[in-house]
Design a protein around this ligand. Sequence first.
Ligand SMILES: Nc1nc2c(ncn2[C@@H]2O[C@H](COP(=O)(O)OP(=O)(O)OP(=O)(O)O)[C@@H](O)[C@H]2O)c(=O)[nH]1
Ligand SMILES: [Mg+2]
Length: 435
Amino acid sequence: MQSRHSPQGGTAVVAARHTDEPDTTEIRRLADAAGYEVVAEHTQRTPEDAGYAMGRGKVERVAATAADHDADAVVYDGGLTPGQYSNWVELLPPGTDLLDRYRLVLGIFAEGAADRAAQLQVELATLRYRLPRLRQVTEESLLNRATEKGSVVLDVEDRIDRLHDELRAVSDRAERRRVERRERGFDPVAIAGYTNAGKSTLLHRLADDLSVGALDEGHPDLDETAAVEDRLFETLETTTRRATIGGRRVLLTDTVGLVDALPHDLVASFSATLDAVADADVGLLVVDASDTLDEVREKRRVSLAELDDPRCELLVVLNKCDLLTEEELAARREDVAELDRVDDVLAVSAVEGTGVETLRDRIGDALPGETLRAELPNGGETESFLAWAHDHGTVTDREYTGETIRFGFEARPGVVERARSRVDDLREGTADRSS
Ligand SMILES: Nc1nc2c(ncn2[C@@H]2O[C@H](COP(=O)(O)OP(=O)(O)OP(=O)(O)O)[C@@H](O)[C@H]2O)c(=O)[nH]1
Ligand SMILES: [Mg+2]
């Protein structure tokens, strides 16, 4: 498939500092997702020059490599302060773009964010990133000579305020939508996890084939597609699809992936992911189990930290188990099972379908439910109530006795409460008529 992110394009030199073994896999993949071809890399063990985040000599070598390759960009695997940033730029060949991890990811999101909320969030994150840098420049120039630069800072601050307001309106609308869907008997289930863990693939596995179009028209997050691609940040908006699990109607939300070493406010800006998890009855934390045990641990730690202790039932899904031996899988299971916050661990292969039925059952068990048993007079009103019940939960053990219909009804607690009051009305109706 052609990249859905129009590439920023060009070639890049990667620079990374490390404490143990150099591992540039993730930063290279991020560069790739941003549309860069990595032509060279430089890594350096700990010693650093505070002015550069790496040794100055190393930065000079990076600059020389960039010049040799005529590279379009230099990518640094970490965050650069405004001061470090300008020190690097001074050493790099003129015209070379300098991207730290944060800018790189912002670039990917800026290219790929298609819906209004995601665009607002990207703009907000970008401005938040720029503001302290802008303030610094402004202060320096104000010291040197009186300028009008101060107004640029004010403009940015204003824009940030307005973005906040707009985003609040967007998230209020999303909140209303969630409440409405709950009232209609849908159980929200969120799929979250590190980028490229297989969230979208799992969504496809679990979701109904039915189009969601008829469900609630005009709700932009309802979608039949969620692209699957072996590229970081393939999914840049939350996507919601319908599923039927244990007879219950579920809305599954596929979220934007998480990634390590990003300032917390960037992650927080992509609040739709966090809101979806915060609101869910069940959260699936998808982990790429084909990573090494250390990576699994680290990515899971990052994910749990970012999700900020959700109140939902949390199931860890060890995905891609088709790529693992029994022992490798056992080691990963054991590791996750020790975590307090996790309610259960399940191994699946979203691609092959292994373990998916067990996962469905487990999700079904985790959905908060209540059962109501009732007996109502056989008749049109009862039939129409049962049609409603069927749309909002599961009707079980339906039994016709001639005069009456006996049945069970399972659904979310709030829905069962409403069913109970309708049942009472229908009974009272009979009582009125029979008296
Ligand atoms: N072998 C194997 N590959 C898988 C499995 N599940 C997903 N993949 C592959 O992993 C890659 C990422 O899958 P996605 O579903 O796009 O992952 P994601 O978590 O949605 O990723 P982002 O949207 O980028 O955060 C794709 O190449 C999938 O085909 C699995 O069970 N086994
Ligand atoms: Mg995805």
